[in-house]
Design a protein around this ligand. Structure first.
Ligand SMILES: [Zn+2]
Ligand SMILES: [Zn+2]
Length: 873
């Protein structure tokens, strides 16, 4: 069929059978030998037309009658064989038999057979009669073959309103709304009066576009042709107005209706729900019951969903009671809505109860329950439910997969996630973007960023969520540099949302990407997102972590100051070891009537600890519960151990741990180990390390601390043993990486990076500095040492990448400009003293943020007071 179903207008050419020629009343076909009185079908409802149980009189002597009988009995194949033999015997097919055959094909949804019958009819070369034409039209529309339908329509010598209705309905159903409306107008133009079937179809089309102006026009036609009192037509008008968002007009019509049926009520009630006016919709639902109209399943599912939108638990339970009383609680769709409602109200136990009582469930029920668990942070239950669903032989859909994948991401269940990925590929569900996006999230959280990237690159039409998921994935896997590159790419085609911006700001904060962070700040202000969701605090955090306390304070002053904002700024002071400022800031927070929370006391105690303010720190710890109502948790205890330990009160720190009312965790022993490292207490440090490795053998940080404890005391054999333990446990340290921002562009330097275009210049600068260090008698890092002892030194945990970054900064910025470097590992003693020296000889302020804190170097000294560095000798 050469005709495009989408463009009927182009078909109206003089050389084609024109649908406009409806007044061409040619004489009925003489081909049909056994003409009976035409069965009047134009006024019957379309669905009645589909019936094959037409009881015309039969004559078994007549082949046509025999064929008719075969059709009435539903023997399609026999009937087709029969017409083949009729064709051979050149017995013409009569109209009734042909119609019966066409209807049988339609009823059996046998497209190929139907098309064969159509060819048989049209090969006769005779014009189509009205009845047969209508039957063919109806069949092709049912099969969705609009091109064929259109062709039949064109070939019909005569048409009636039914012919038009079928064609208009066919186009509307396929989503060709403009074409459907165009056909409707043509129908009026050629002088047909629309009937009760025309209007609902045309009005549905106006609602689907939605096109209120057209809808109003059709409303005028309804009045003009006198269908104002027809309940079906008015229902369709109400629905049209609702879909076009004109609730007032819909309501006016509804209120004026003298006879309302259940469909009228459903139309107006769901109309209110769809337009977000759930309360008014619920009121109408109660009115409906007052008017003694019984709600049906459709009413109830929409009312239950409205309770969900309203977040009204009490009303929801009342409605639940009502569906039980009215016996509708056995219906699957009602139960599914109830599960959905209860889980989104956070009442997953009630949802579970509904689910458990269901006699039979469909995939929607299972999915509702799985996503319900997932949304209520019960990923284990979600996974278990999915397993049961699988065992019972249900095939998951895209929502099921996305929900269970989220649960796997939460639980870091990589093996199950991989299986679901395979299932998604097999079933084709991967083509749903929601599935692909959750796969990215799952792989990212399971630390398989390369798999996440693979999924991402295979999505043909990536949306904002896909991009945000991969940017977050890169951020979580410490590939922030790439995260920023992806963000730039994304901006070329899509508008990031507030979640994207928060994610990118966190990546900037991680690698000290101040300029990029500032760009996002400007972008957020420009697009009006500056105050949206977590953006203000993400900006604050970015400034703090990039070490810019000035802009951080400005941002703080310009935003709504919630407790999280105070905590972020307090963390800034703590990371810089500014105990006095932190205490002042805390006092200001109390004066401003902001209640400190659990988090507040962590940076506060930490700041005291770094500044040696033991008395103040202990005072806050001892009063936090009494004065501020915050009970100390393990993290606070760890802070106190750090506070005492750093100050050299190791015995007190140890006793503090032994007297703790809760069981100490590895982090607490870690704080003691760190203090032992600083104060070179090997014995107590080893004791602490033993306690740690009793429950945690996978955290690299503790091994590094222990190595440094041994290294600081010259115990190189022990260092070797610890490194072997790490190797045996399959632990590796991320390669050292430092970032420096020069003229708004971030440059990354890996340890031993020899591929940088300026690498020779960088080494030349460093060599020059080492020469000067030798002159004043400072230790200079040894070149390519292969000595086992040498490479065992604590410095291996540093990578020294910050030196490359600093040298690069020196080369590429004007003298006097401060240099800001961020690195992913701890800074070693050797790098620390080298950079101290550099800051003195080049008279530059250099700032290095390692995994723990900021080091601000100026005139040969560091703000950390040389306490915070590893491998100190
Ligand atoms: Zn180093
Ligand atoms: Zn320092």
């Amino acid at each position: 069929m050469a005709f495009s179903a989408k463009t009927p207008r182009t078909l109206i050419k003089p050389d084609h059978p024109s649908p406009l020629n409806t007044n061409n009343h040619s004489p009925k076909s003489i081909y049909f030998s056994n003409q009976r009185k035409a069965h009047q079908i134009s006024s019957t409802k379309p669905h009645q037309q589909l019936s094959v149980l037409n009881t015309n009189s039969l004559n078994t002597d007549n082949p046509n009658s025999h064929l008719h009988l075969l059709c009435l009995n539903g023997h399609l194949q026999q009937a087709l064989n029969y017409i083949d033999s009729m064709k051979e015997l050149q017995i013409p097919l009569d109209e009734d038999a042909a119609i019966a055959l066409v209807r049988l094909c339609e009823w059996k949804r046998a497209f190929e057979e139907g098309f064969k019958v159509y060819c048989f009819i049209s090969n006769s070369g005779n014009p189509l009669s009205l009845r047969l034409g209508n039957a063919l039209l109806s069949m092709f529309v049912k099969f969705g073959k609009l091109g064929d339908a259109w062709y039949v329509f064109g070939k019909m010598q005569e048409r009636d309103v039914f012919s038009w209705n079928v064609l208009i309905g066919g186009y509307a159903k396929k989503g060709f709304f403009d074409e459907a409306l165009c056909l409707y107008h043509r129908m009026l133009w050629v002088g047909f009066k629309p009937d009760v079937y025309t209007f609902p179809c045309v009005l549905r089309t106006c609602g689907a576009v939605p096109n209120l102006e057209r809808g109003k026009e059709v409303h005028v036609h309804v009045i003009r042709f006198g269908f104002e009192a027809d309940v079906d037509v008015v229902n369709a008008l109400v629905t049209m107005y609702v879909k076009c968002g004109d609730l007032a007009r819909a309501r006016l019509l509804f209120d004026k209706m003298t006879r309302k049926d259940r469909i009228s009520w459903n139309a107006i009630i769901s109309g209110y729900f769809e337009n977000g006016e759930c309360l008014e919709g619920i009121m109408l639902f109660f009115m409906m019951r007052e008017h003694c109209v019984d709600p049906d399943l459709m009413t109830m599912t929409s009312v239950i969903s409205a309770c969900e939108s309203l977040g009204d638990d009490r009303l929801g339970r009342e409605i639940h009671g009502y569906v039980i009383v009215t016996g509708m609680s056995d219906d699957v769709s009602v139960c599914n809505s109830l599960i959905q409602m209860y889980s989104s109200l956070g009442r997953w136990e009630a949802a579970e109860k509904v689910f458990d009582r269901m006699e039979w469930r469909d995939v929607v029920s299972w999915t509702a329950m799985i996503s319900g668990y997932e949304n209520n942070v019960l990923p284990e239950k979600a996974v278990d439910t999915y397993r049961t669903m699988e065992l019972q032989g249900f095939i998951p859909d895209e929502i099921t997969l996305a929900s269970v994948l989220s649960a796997c991401a939460c639980l870091r269940k990589l093996d199950m996630g991989i299986k679901l990925h395979e299932l998604a590929k097999r079933s084709g569900l991967i083509s749903y973007i929601i599935v692909a996006n959750t796969l990215i999230d799952m792989y990212s959280k399971c630390k398989c960023i390369d798999k996440a990237l693979e999924v991402f690159h295979n999505i043909p039409d990536k949306d904002v969520i896909s991009w945000t998921a991969i940017i977050l994935g890169l951020r979580l896997n410490n590939r922030c540099f790439e995260a920023l590159i992806f963000f730039r790419q994304m901006k070329l085609s899509l508008k990031p949302n507030s979640v994207t911006l928060v994610t990118v700001l966190s990546a900037c904060a991680r690698i000290g990407g101040l300029m990029c962070g500032k760009e996002i700040h400007a972008y957020a202000l420009r697009t009006g997102m500056g105050l949206e969701g977590f953006i203000p605090n993400a900006l604050l955090d970015m400034y703090v972590r990039c070490g810019r306390m000035g802009p951080a304070r400005n941002q703080f002053n310009s935003q709504k100051e919630d407790v999280a904002a105070w905590n972020i700024l307090l963390t800034g002071y703590a990371q810089r070891g500014q105990g006095t400022l932190a205490v002042e800031f805390f006092n200001r927070m109390i004066e401003s009537n902001v209640n400190p929370d659990e988090i507040t006391f962590i940076p506060l105690l930490c700041a005291c600890s770094k500044s040696g303010m033991v008395t103040e720190g202990l005072m806050y710890f001892n009063t936090m519960e009494l004065e501020y109502g915050v009970a100390p948790n393990l993290k606070h205890y760890a802070c106190v151990v750090d506070l005492l330990g750093r100050a050299g009160q190791l015995q007190e720190a140890y006793e503090f741990i032994m007297e703790m009312p809760i069981k100490p965790d590895p982090a607490i022993w870690g704080a003691l180990l760190n203090a032992c490292r600083i104060h070179r207490q090997v014995g107590l440090g080893e004791f602490a390390a033993q306690r740690i490795f009793e429950c945690d053998t996978t955290s690299v940080g503790y091994y590094v601390l222990l190595c440094n404890l041994y290294a600081g005391n010259g115990k190189w054999n022990e260092v070797g043993k610890v490194r072997k333990m790490m190797k045996d446990n399959g632990l590796t340290i991320d390669p050292g990486c430092s970032w420096v921002e020069v003229k708004g562009k971030i440059h990354a330097f890996l340890s031993g990076d020899d591929f940088h275009p300026q690498i020779n210049e960088i080494y030349a600068v460093l060599e020059g500095i080492y020469e000067k260090m030798k002159v004043v008698g400072l230790d200079v890092p040894k070149g390519d040492s292969t000595d086992d002892v040498e490479i065992s030194k604590a410095e291996i945990f540093c990578g020294h990448s910050e030196r490359l970054a600093v040298a690069f900064g020196l080369i590429n910025t004007v003298p006097g400009t401060p240099i800001w470097v961020t690195k992913n590992l701890y800074m070693c003693q050797s790098c620390h003293s080298t950079i101290k020296f550099i800051s003195k000889i080049v008279r530059r302020e250099i700032s290095v943020r390692d995994t723990e804190q900021f080091h601000h170097f100026k005139d040969g000294t560091c703000s950390c007071g040389d306490v915070g560095i590893l491998g100190k000798t």
